[in-house]
Design a binder for this molecule. Sequence first.
Ligand code: FAD
Length: 152
Amino acid sequence: MDDRMFRTAMGKFATGVTVIVSEYNDDIRGMTANAFMSVSLDPKLILISVGTNAKMNETIQNSQQFTVNILSGSQKELSMIFAGQIKEEREVAFEQFEGMPVIENSLVSLACNVYDSHRAGDHILYIGEVLNLNVQDGEPLAFYEGKYKQLT
Ligand code: FAD
């Protein structure tokens, strides 16, 4: 099995899109991620997977905190900014929630402490303990076969 076939197969799994945000020493870093899942209800745990080359690892490992922001259908541009798909630097406004930066107008923002982490091949899995969350109504941004999709 080659890498392309593996990527193509994984791309058949339709997902939402999140932006992971973490802050250390007043430096706020964001990264688009669709490798996100709910893990446990008691305690409330979620999981994200971050490539070992991503600068986000340093920020999360220093701060031991991150937020997961589930994007709405109108936030595609933010996903592109934090995936490096828009090359010019953009000023992004963050709100504070539980003392952590979150993306305003996300469908959901989860404030997490790092509960555990585990290296898995070329990614690092972070399990986050959810300290608090907020939820808004709206349609999600979706990702399927390597392309953004709107559900409506
Ligand atoms: P950087 O290259 O440092 O930053 C990425 C971009 O965000 C840069 O353009 C930077 O300017 C901008 N940025 C960062 N912080 C700020 C800020 N405070 N204000 C304004 N702009 C800022 N990778 C994974 O590892 N796991 C995944 O689950 C995953 N899922 C993805 C899902 C989708 C739909 C897409 C499109 C990409 C996904 N990626 C994923 C790839 C990942 O988003 C990119 O590889 C990412 O750019 C690498 O992260 P980095 O920490 O090195 O970010």
